[in-house]
Design a protein around this ligand. Structure first.
Ligand code: ADP
Ligand code: ZN
Length: 587
């Protein structure tokens, strides 16, 4: 058995473990059962791949998505790991089975519905099992967000063979974690929870103001691949078209597209180094693309959990990445209406709380990361230095009086009018409509000065987000449960001062990584190679590896092997050609 540190270096090309990886690997090597809770991008696959190589026999990897398995098999093979899967897409079934029986496989991926068949059980009897890895283990729990009944049937298999079990999940919910342990027969002491922070992701939350140009600016500032999450199918297509018009390769993804088109778009995205996909939240599960440079939300996500999971798809390779959330008061208004009309009464309170947490997040003037991490039960520092509010702390203003005036105006006009009209009344606009309604004669007419009037929209937005004002279907604004305390002055209202004008966003990618012709030349080399090999570029090397190569300009294979992300197999396969490319850089 080779030492795990040298395997880490030789096979994966990594100089050290990240976070809890070492603990998880050590427990598994020692034969213990483990539940590893690690956020997306923390490096879960290495936790079972490394013991799979080090231990005798094959690791049986239970994974719910065939697309994901194929990607994993491909990436593992690129590192020289003997990996295969048994799925409906597998062509050489017999060869894979034989390889397993002969002990010639490190990893065998199967879906839970296959793993629990008698036939598969019989196959397992004929070979040697190093461990069971249960990926996306939250699927075993009804509390999780993606319950899969087939996961429940795994337990007898695990108990029968008795090999160490390693369950892996990125889910943040405590109840789900405990349930996973119970369902899979893992002692609770075997739970290892990694920190949830994703320090390389920079969070930005801004009000939506002319979304198409906001998105175009964002996309222009970021060269790499990105995902724009849209609330509706129609919007994904609109956004993709707008981005294409601005000269960026872009496509839509939603469940209503023809299957071939949808899969084609996804495949393009996975292989691309610049494409932006505009998608509904259906997109992302089962996509392991490590080099997504930004995630944008065109509207508020369903919950903080959903937001964290969706933004977590950015920057899995550890390079800087950004998350942008564009929100509007209508998003909250719509979500609140949905809760009151479509959600079963006994679940409404929980849903309201979820939405309130989200409202507090978007409105916050303090560190975004700290809010997110506290939400997941961590105790983070007050500031992170890598979110919009830390980088440019917004000035806060007490808008309690403005809020009271808006609420009074809504009340005095029988809650039949929208914010534009209320602003006219509050500003003393003596126009025909106001006169016809007799609102020139009510007490709130003309009680706001010009400075206050500028705040009407942002304050109304905040009132709607907190459920103090509710937009009805007829354009009126009526009181929500939070109105009373604000109106009576029992609750203060403080918001971040809105920027004078939509400020131009500068490109951080370019600021952090000034254009480097050497890196670009190496990317071109990688692009050619990827085409020849028929794999996405990141399967060859990650950007961070190429950047290190460009900086160091190694002139020998041994120098090359010191760079993170270059293991023995890749060194052997791509090393000589890469050295040649480096040599050409000097010319
Ligand atoms: P997860 O499944 O947890 O989302 P992955 O297993 O896909 O994460 O790994 C995320 C990325 O981190 C991959 O690009 C992988 O190569 C990289 N990675 C994993 N472990 C290490 C490590 N110890 N050092 C450097 N990079 C690592
Ligand atoms: Zn911060």
């Amino acid at each position: 058995m080779r030492d795990i540190h040298s395997l880490l270096h030789d096979v994966f090309g990594f100089s050290s473990f990240r976070g809890v990886q070492e603990d998880v690997v050590a427990r598994t090597m020692d034969g213990h059962d483990t539940l590893a809770v690690m956020p997306t991008g923390a490096g879960k696959s290495l936790c079972y791949q490394l013991p799979a190589i080090a231990l005798d026999g094959t690791a049986i990897v239970i994974s719910p998505l065939i697309a994901l398995m194929q990607d994993q098999v491909r990436s593992a093979r690129a590192n020289g790991i003997r990996a295969a899967s048994l799925t409906s897409m597998t062509e050489d079934w017999r060869a894979v089975q034989d390889a397993f029986r002969q002990g010639e496989l490190d990893l065998l991926y199967v879906a839970p519905e296959r793993a629990t068949t008698d036939g598969f059980g019989r196959l397992l009897e004929e070979g040697r099992i190093a461990l069971f890895a249960i990926d996306e283990a939250h699927c075993v729990s009804e509390w999780g967000h993606d319950f899969r009944p087939d996961y429940r049937l795994l337990r007898p298999l695990l108990d029968h063979f008795g090999a160490p079990r390693l369950a892996l999940t990125a889910t943040a919910d405590k109840r789900t974690r405990i349930d996973i342990c119970d369902q899979l027969g893992i002692e609770r002491e075997g739970m290892i929870v990694a920190g949830f922070d994703r320090p390389n992701i920079r969070y930005h939350v801004v009000p939506r103001q002319g979304l198409p140009s906001q998105l175009k600016r964002l996309v222009a500032a970021h060269e790499g691949p990105g995902i724009v999450y849209c609330p509706s199918r129609a919007q994904t297509e609109r956004v993709a078209e707008q981005l294409r018009e601005s000269g960026r390769p872009s496509a839509a993804y939603h469940a209503g597209l023809d299957k071939n088109v949808r899969e084609g778009n996804q495949e393009h995205f996975v292989e691309s180094e610049e494409m932006v996909i505009a998608a509904t939240v259906a997109f992302g599960m089962g996509i392991d693309k490590p080099d997504v440079r930004f995630i944008a939300h065109a509207g508020v996500p369903k919950s903080i959990e959903a937001y964290y999971q969706e933004t977590g798809r950015a920057g899995r390779d550890g390079d800087p990445a950004e998350a942008w959330l564009f929100w509007g008061a209508e998003d909250f208004a719509r979500a609140r209406r949905r809760i009151e009309t479509e959600v079963e009464p006994e679940r409404r309170n929980a849903e309201r709380e979820r939405l309130n947490a989200l409202a507090a997040f978007v409105e916050a003037a303090t560190c975004r990361r700290a809010i997110l991490l506290r939400h997941f039960g961590e105790d983070p520092p007050e500031t992170c230095g890598n979110c919009d509010n830390c980088l440019a702390p917004p000035e806060t203003i007490d808008v309690s009086v403005v809020a009271q005036k808006i609420l009074s105006a809504a009340f005095r006009t029988e809650m039949r009018f929208g914010i534009a009209y209320l602003a006219q009344v509050l500003g003393g606009d003596d126009n025909e409509k106001v006169r016809m309604n007799g609102h020139h004669a009510i007490s709130v007419f003309g009680i706001m000065d010009a400075d206050e009037l500028k705040l009407v929209r942002p304050v109304a937005r905040a009132l709607i987000a907190r459920d103090a004002l509710r937009a009805d279907d007829f354009g009126g604004l009526s009181f929500g449960p939070a109105a009373k305390a604000i109106l009576k002055g029992e609750e203060q209202m403080v918001i971040a001062r809105p920027p004078a004008r939509a400020s131009r966003r500068r490109s951080r990618d370019r600021a952090d990584y000034p254009h480097d012709p050497k890196f670009e030349a190496l990317r071109e080399w990688r692009r050619q190679l990827a085409k020849e090999e028929g794999v996405p570029p990141y399967v060859i090397f990650h950007d961070s590896t190429l950047r290190a190569v460009a900086a160091m300009q190694p002139d020998s294979l041994s120098a090359l092997s010191t760079i993170d992300g270059i293991g023995e197999k890749k060194l052997e396969r791509f090393g000589p050609s890469l050295l040649k490319a480096v040599e050409e850089l000097a010319c």
